[in-house]
Ligand binder design. Structure first.
Ligand SMILES: N[C@@H](CCC(=O)N[C@@H](CS)C(=O)NCC(=O)O)C(=O)O
Length: 222
């Protein structure tokens, strides 16, 4: 059975989790015990990777080989035949996933991290803060808290092009969900993870799409 090794709130893990749920095939989730403990991933990837998520599927262990790759999603797409990466959409999808994973993810995770004490175990909070501060500077989480309103405004603005795309079709690139729908969904699920936020009230298409993405199941030959 395919195993997703992850943290439940991680945006990139939420993308893969939703793809697996969409497939309707059985899969297993293994949560790492602490954000600071990557030893399982280090071991499974033969000391080549430490980020989340990774996938284990029998003897295959799949992880991202670059910053803008989609190795895991492409493996799942191939393995489960989900039609998420049709060749004619590859260029368009790769432009969109860079925007989703850089611009939107970069705002959404900060808004969620403000509430990290509510979802990171008490004995893991020190490594969590240290990890964030080494990357974003001392006091970064307090700064994000102070900037919360502005970050929410930025997120809403960055979502406008997606709202516009969804005015004409049920999914971002047409009648059926493709990889970028799952990518956007996972990044927004991370933003929503703390339970303190909702999608922007004015973005009605996006809200309807979000509902569709929560329940949609793969239909072969749809
Ligand atoms: N492009 C990768 C990014 C994965 C990533 O950045 N994961 C974060 C958690 S959301 C991570 O584990 N970073 C390394 C670390 O925390 O030490 C993907 O799509 O999986």
């Amino acid at each position: 059975m395919i195993e997703l090794i992850q943290f439940p709130w991680s945006p990139f893990c939420l993308v893969q989790r939703r793809i697996l749920e969409f497939s309707g095939r059985p899969f297993r989730i293994t949560n790492l015990p602490r954000t600071g403990d990557r030893s399982l991933i280090w071991k499974l990837t033969k000391e080549r990777y430490y980020a989340v998520p990774i996938i284990r599927d029998g003897r295959n262990v799949v992880f991202e080989t670059g910053d803008a790759t989609q190795d895991i999603a492409k493996y799942l797409d191939w393995r489960l035949r989900l039609d998420l990466f049709p060749a004619e959409l590859e260029g368009m999808q790769s432009i969109l996933w860079r925007c989703i994973e850089n611009e939107l993810e970069g705002i959404g995770f900060k808004l969620n991290d403000i509430y990290f004490k509510e979802f990171v175990r008490a004995d893991d909070q020190l490594p969590f803060i240290r990890h964030k501060e080494r990357k974003f500077g001392r006091g970064c989480i307090d700064q994000w808290r102070a900037q919360q309103k502005e970050l929410l405004r930025q997120l809403e603005t960055s979502l406008l092009p997606f709202e516009a795309m969804l005015a004409h079709q049920p999914f971002l690139l047409g009648a059926q969900p493709r990889f970028v729908d799952f990518d956007l969904f996972g990044i927004l699920e991370n933003f929503l993870y703390s339970g303190h936020y909702k999608l922007p009230a004015a973005q009605k298409q996006l809200r309807r799409w979000h509902q569709r993405m929560m329940t949609r199941k793969f239909k072969p030959h749809a």
